[in-house]
Design a protein around this ligand. Structure first.
Ligand code: SF4
Length: 358
């Protein structure tokens, strides 16, 4: 139902990025890059969780040296995040980065940018031009309106991209981030209208997980629902694995991907609920934690509305007094006592092939 915005394809190592490819989830390592052992461990945790690309910060020469070693020890393409130093960009490219990220607010001299472009061309790697609202100089000095801020971010992007295009470099991915949800949506719409490069979506400095989930889901979800976005990163002040899980949930909610794990649907409960549904749902969630089938399981409080509302679930349990009615793909299959619900559910899951999931 959602039509992706058409883009050119950019190669990030073996990964294709753009409208003809799947949307790639990415995240960043959060341990010091020089700590190679922990960094490799974190990259592996992220990829096990479903992360397709991992970004690593390389602020120092020692970091790019560590980056070269990390590249050798992991299976996933790595992105080097460059801060202020053009030298770090060249080192990271030579160290085996599949993509580097440049912030136009930090690396500004044309001769430095051209040197980086030439190295990227030689090593056939991609570059993300990542405009960050907070790094735009004109915004630091002035009191600029929201639309003025968006216009300045777009101007910065256009100026920078022109340099790449003057060198006939098209392996570009674009991003513009703000910590403001509405401005993030607006600037990405403007970028989508102005360029045909893949877009990296993210809301920057979104906050602690409990504060970040809603604004990130609104910003990314709005844009993705409009077909904008080819790679996503959810930024939270928390574990990278959680960023990946939230990104997966946003993509799955829009039908962009199937969930890797069980999706548990629980009715909000009301006066009709015949058993403590929240308690039952928590027990079920715990019992399903290691099940890696993309199934949709519904836990409903009653047999009045439950069966209808859970009709598209692979399995539904609709509670009645001291018992649960089991439904498979909308058809009632059994009635079991309350204390046997989890045991029967696990048996039913074993038999089931996924169906009806988005
Ligand atoms: S499924 Fe039943 S108990 Fe749950 S919210 Fe709907 S009507 Fe209420």
């Amino acid at each position: 139902m959602i039509r992706r915005r058409k883009t050119r394809i950019v190669n990030v190592g073996p990964i294709k990025m753009g409208s003809k490819a799947d949307i790639v989830i990415q995240s960043m390592t959060k341990v010091p890059t020089e700590d190679i052992r922990r960094c490799v461990k974190e990259v592996k945790e992220l990829t096990d969780a479903g992360c397709g690309l991992v970004r690593i910060a390389v602020p120092t020469k020692a970091d790019t040296a560590a980056f070269a070693k990390i590249v050798q020890k992991v299976d996933v393409p790595l992105i080097a995040d460059i801060h202020f130093s053009p030298a770090r960009a060249i080192e990271a490219i030579e160290a085996g980065a599949a993509k580097i990220r440049l912030n136009p607010g930090n690396i500004k001299k044309r001769k430095d940018i051209l040197r980086i472009i030439d190295a990227a061309k030689m090593h056939k790697i991609a570059i993300r031009v990542g405009v960050n609202e907070a790094s735009i100089r004109d915004l630091k000095k002035q009191d600029v309106s929201a639309s003025g801020r968006v216009a300045l971010m777009l101007r910065e992007m256009k100026k920078y991209v022109r340099i790449f295009e003057s060198r006939d470099f098209r392996q570009l991915v674009l991003s513009a981030k703000s910590s403001d949800t509405v401005r993030t949506i607006e600037i990405n719409r403007r970028i989508a209208e102005s360029f045909d490069y893949p877009i990296h979506l993210g809301l920057t400095h979104a906050g602690l997980p409990e504060d970040a989930i809603v604004p990130s889901s609104v910003a990314l979800g709005t844009l993705l629902a409009e077909g904008i976005g080819d790679t996503v990163r959810v930024s939270i002040a928390g574990k990278g694995v959680l960023e990946v899980k939230i990104a997966q949930q946003i993509l799955a909610a829009l039908g962009y991907c199937r969930r890797a794990k069980v999706e548990l649907i629980v009715c909000p409960t009301c006066g009709r609920a015949q058993i403590d549904i929240i308690k039952l749902a928590k027990k079920i969630e715990k019992a399903l934690i290691n099940i890696n089938k993309p199934l949709r399981i519904a836990v409903m409080g009653c047999v009045v509305n439950g069966p209808g509302e859970a009709a598209d679930a692979d399995l539904a349990i609709c509670a009645a007094k001291n018992k649960g009615y089991f439904y498979r793909h909308g058809r009632r299959i059994s009635v079991v006592p309350e204390d046997k619900i989890i045991k029967v559910l696990l048996k039913e899951i074993e038999k089931l092939k996924p169906a009806n999931t988005k």
